[in-house]
Design a protein around this ligand. Structure first.
Ligand SMILES: NC(=O)NCCC[C@H](N)C(=O)O
Length: 407
């Protein structure tokens, strides 16, 4: 059987990718809700959409099939039974397991077409959108200053994070912050019910866990090596858990867990480190110490389903060994300049999307990093970035590869 998901590297020629076009959820961000919604500013939606369409077209121009998360979700919910089950679970995860508010939300969303329903759930439902005939205690006493009954999902355009394609399978992620946790419930329905995927995809780790993992931390370095960030968003026990599953059921035999600072600017490994060629990576100098090293742990299968863990600091040596390369070129964000590097990293200067070995898509605003990539022989496609970058994610964060050619 050929799996509809096939990703055995970060850099193999990209064939199919999943995006989400930012929608009205972006207009539901205000200064008071920004922090809770994981934004630092409010993008201007019409321009964000233009920029996103430009990004999608840049990918199509390279022959890449672009799928939309919101469209796949609506198609996955074509059956009435599936839609009912989804709505009940989504409303429960939004805080209403049963009762008058649950019922009013259910009735309001159920009468919509599947596409309207998915778009509205991502947009968020305000208290003023529905009438609750007989208000329950929850609706009158809780969160009375909070305008939403169901929170918007403005981070949905970062399709990299709720799931990660690995080999012929996927991890459907338990995400860290409530602002993002319901995104991967949508993924679960796409994988289990969309005719393109249903019954044909291995799930390496599902979202029914307490420990967290997010796709921005999951880098597929080869057909048997992963790098995973130990970060603000991904916990060490989740890494061990997915490693155990992969070692048992897949071709993967090496996981390099890389420790990065736990802060908002560097929330995932792919905000500070991405693979762009067989032996070339971008790296934000702030994750490296004076010797150019960083704490990392290499996991391999051990005896009886156990795993072995070796501590290293020389990341170049670890990558050389794991990828069987004589040299590794680490290209510093912002050319390593103490002002330019953090400025460009803040706007995702390290967050490149490789669409083929040595060929990447980046934000145009990171011109110092882009010039350096070109000096290192990389073919760079620049995309517009004034509004999209306000959500703190770049081209890798905004894309979930579904199929890549093998190297
Ligand atoms: N892979 C990524 O680094 N994704 C960017 C996510 C940004 C989003 N505002 C978040 O905080 O989750």
């Amino acid at each position: 059987m050929t799996s509809p998901i096939h990703v055995t590297s970060e850099i193999g020629k990209l064939k199919t990718v999943m995006l989400h076009r930012p929608g009205r959820e972006i207009e539901n961000i205000t200064p008071d809700y920004m922090e809770r919604l994981l934004f630092d500013d409010i993008p201007y939606l019409p321009i964000a959409q233009e920029e996103h369409d430009f990004f999608a077209q840049a990918l199509r121009d390279q022959g890449i099939e672009v799928l939309y998360f919101e469209k796949l979700a609506a198609e996955a919910l074509a059956s009435d039974d599936v839609r009912k089950e989804f709505l009940n679970r989504m409303i429960a995860e939004s805080g209403y397991v049963a009762g008058a508010t649950h019922d009013a939300l259910y009735d309001y969303l159920y009468q919509m077409t599947p596409q309207e329903m998915v778009d509205k759930i991502i947009e968020g439902v305000r208290g003023t959108d529905i009438d609750i005939a007989q208000p329950d205690l929850q609706s009158v006493s809780e969160n009375t200053d909070w305008p939403f009954l169901m929170d918007p999902m403005p981070n949905a355009y970062f399709t990299r994070d709720p799931q990660a394609s690995i080999g012929d399978g996927i991890s459907i992620n338990k995400m860290t912050f409530p602002a993002r946790q319901r995104e991967s419930l949508i993924t679960e329905y796409i994988i289990n019910h969309h005719p393109r995927f249903a019954g044909q995809v291995e799930v390496w780790r599902d979202r029914n866990h307490e420990s967290h993992i997010e796709g921005g931390d999951e880098l597929v370095l080869s057909d048997h090596v992963l790098a995973i960030g130990v970060s603000q968003r991904t916990t060490a026990d989740a890494i061990e858990d997915i490693a155990r599953n992969l070692f048992k059921d897949s071709n993967y035999d090496t996981v390099i867990a890389i420790s990065i600072p736990h802060n908002h600017a560097m929330m995932h490994l792919d905000t500070v480190f991405t693979m762009i060629n067989h032996d070339q990576f971008t790296v934000h100098p702030a994750i490296l110490d004076d010797k150019g090293e960083v704490d990392n742990w290499v996991l391999h299968p051990g005896k009886d389903g156990e795993i072995t863990i070796e501590h290293h600091t020389d990341i170049k040596a670890v990558l050389k060994q794991a990828l069987n390369k004589p040299e590794i070129d680490l290209i510093p964000t912002g050319n390593g300049d103490p002002i330019v590097a953090p400025r460009e990293q803040w706007n995702d200067g390290s967050n490149t999307l490789a669409i083929a070995p040595g060929e990447v898509v980046t934000y145009n605003r990171n011109y110092v990093s882009n010039a350096l990539l070109k000096e290192h022989g990389i073919l760079v496609h620049e995309v517009r970035s004034s509004e999209l970058s306000r959500g703190r994610g770049g081209p890798r964060c905004m894309s979930c590869p579904i199929v890549r050619e093998d190297l």
